[in-house]
Every structure is written in structure tokens, then in C-alpha cells.
Design a protein around this ligand. Structure first.
Ligand code: ATP
Ligand code: MG
Length: 217
């Protein structure tokens, strides 16, 4: 693939502000006249939407972590081939609300390493190959704060996407540590932001990182 655009992924636990910050960055890029596309995982495509329902709604124990990883990778493969790669080839910047780090954080660290790490790296290779995000922003927040925001948000929704939120606090603490571990392993790709700030403060941090990383001044 001849990539002309940039691929930026937004990662972190429940309710840490990913979707809010993605929307604000998309608006900011628009103001800089940088064509961009906002998308998400799971559910960035029509088939992905169906997979999303299976993955984020309903009983938390309806399938195990391996089945979950396979379904997330099916969604990811469809997302990359039908949406992300074509947009990058056109020169658009693609902002994705979650990507492969979420699979590692949830299905590996969250479940206390029940899925072999190698399984997840193999799946990545099969579905995504050697392609990687140009930048991954990890929003770090105490799970108690993030979960209370998420549950409040879900109150107004008809379809409750709270399958993962309903896991115990230990899962969410593992998840947070998992994201920090991922950032430690890949410091060139990942930036960790303290998400315990106002929306505007956090947006300013995101813009600073993007300006610096892609030399936009
Ligand atoms: N910095 C912030 N301070 C306080 N509230 C915030 C902040 N950022 C977002 N919120 C609010 O918290 C809720 C969750 O934010 P948002 O949906 O952006 O998080 P998310 O990481 O995408 O969550 P999810 O994991 O559920 O998709 C929303 O109602 C949002 O308005
Ligand atoms: Mg969100």
C-alpha cells in the first residue's frame, strides 16, 4: 500500500475521553485543511456494526477471550481493507477510536493473560501485516472515574454497550496497566496522556502531540 495519509489511534479504558478527543482533533485537522476520516473499532463498517453488537452488548461471559479476539480481528480485517487503507491511500488522515492495542489490553492483560500473547501477535500479522499506526494516543485515567462516566452516558442509550463495563474493577485495573505496558514496549509509536483533565486541556495536549509528531506548525 502506498500510504499518503496518517493513521492515528485513540486508546484507553472505558470513559477516558477517546471519542470526545477524536471528534475535537478531527475538527482541528479540518481547520488546518487536512482531509480526514473518523472511524472506530469495532464497528467502523456495516458488517463491523453487526460484529460490534455481538462484542459490546449482552452477557460478559457469553464467549471466552479467544473467541472474542477472533471476532475483533474479523472486524479489524474488514475495517482495514474496506475503509482504513483505501482512505490512507487517498491521502486522508484516519482517526480510529480504538485499534489493536485494545485487543492486547482487554483480551490479554484484562483477562490476566489467559490468551497467549503470541496468539494476538499472530492474529495481527494475519489481519494487518507489518502496517502500524503512525501515532497512538493512550488516555490514562483511573477506572473508577472512567466507568462512572461511561455508565452515566449509557443511561440515555437504548442499546446498552456495557458488556465490558460490567466486568469487575480488577479487570479494569489490569486493563489500565496493560495500556501503560504497551506504551512502554513501543515508546516511538505511543504517547500516554493523563486524561484526568478538562476536555479543553486534554485537547490542547492532543494538538501539541500531533503538531510535534507530524511537524505541523
Ligand atoms: N475530560 C473530561 N472530563 C469530564 N468528562 C469528560 C471528559 N471527557 C469526556 N467526558 C465525558 O465523559 C463521557 C465519556 O467520554 P467519551 O465518550 O469521550 O469517552 P470514551 O473513552 O470514548 O468512552 P467509551 O469507552 O465508553 O467509548 C462523555 O459523557 C463525555 O462527555
Ligand atoms: Mg467512545
Amino acid at each position: 500500500m502506498l500510504q499518503k495519509g496518517r493513521f492515528i489511534t485513540f486508546e484507553g479504558g472505558e470513559g477516558c475521553g477517546k471519542s470526545t478527543q477524536l471528534r475535537l482533533l478531527a475538527e482541528w485537522l479540518q481547520k488546518q485543511h487536512i482531509a480526514n476520516l473518523s472511524t472506530k473499532e469495532p464497528g467502523g463498517t456495516p458488517i463491523g456494526q453487526e460484529l460490534r453488537q455481538l462484542l459490546v452488548c449482552g452477557d460478559k461471559d457469553k464467549f471466552d477471550a479467544v473467541a472474542e479476539a477472533l471476532l475483533y480481528y474479523a472486524d479489524r480485517r474488514i475495517h482495514m481493507t474496506s475503509k482504513v487503507w483505501p482512505a490512507l491511500t487517498e491521502g486522508k488522515w484516519v482517526l480510529s477510536d480504538r485499534f489493536a492495542d485494545s485487543t492486547v489490553a482487554y483480551q490479554y492483560y484484562g483477562y490476566n493473560k489467559k490468551v497467549p500473547f503470541r496468539t494476538l501477535t499472530d492474529l495481527y500479522q494475519i489481519a494487518v501485516g507489518d502496517f502500524k499506526p503512525d501515532l497512538t494516543i493512550i488516555f490514562d485515567l483511573a477506572p473508577e472515574v472512567g466507568l462512572s462516566r461511561s455508565f452515566k452516558k449509557a443511561e440515555g442509550m437504548t442499546i446498552k454497550e456495557t458488556r465490558h463495563e460490567s466486568r469487575d474493577l480488577e479487570f479494569h485495573h489490569n486493563l489500565r496497566q496493560g495500556f501503560l505496558e504497551i506504551a512502554k514496549q513501543e515508546p516511538d509509536r505511543c504517547v500516554v496522556l493523563n486524561a484526568d483533565k478538562t476536555i479543553d486541556e486534554l485537547h490542547a495536549d492532543v494538538v501539541n502531540i500531533v503538531r510535534e509528531r507530524f511537524k505541523l506548525f
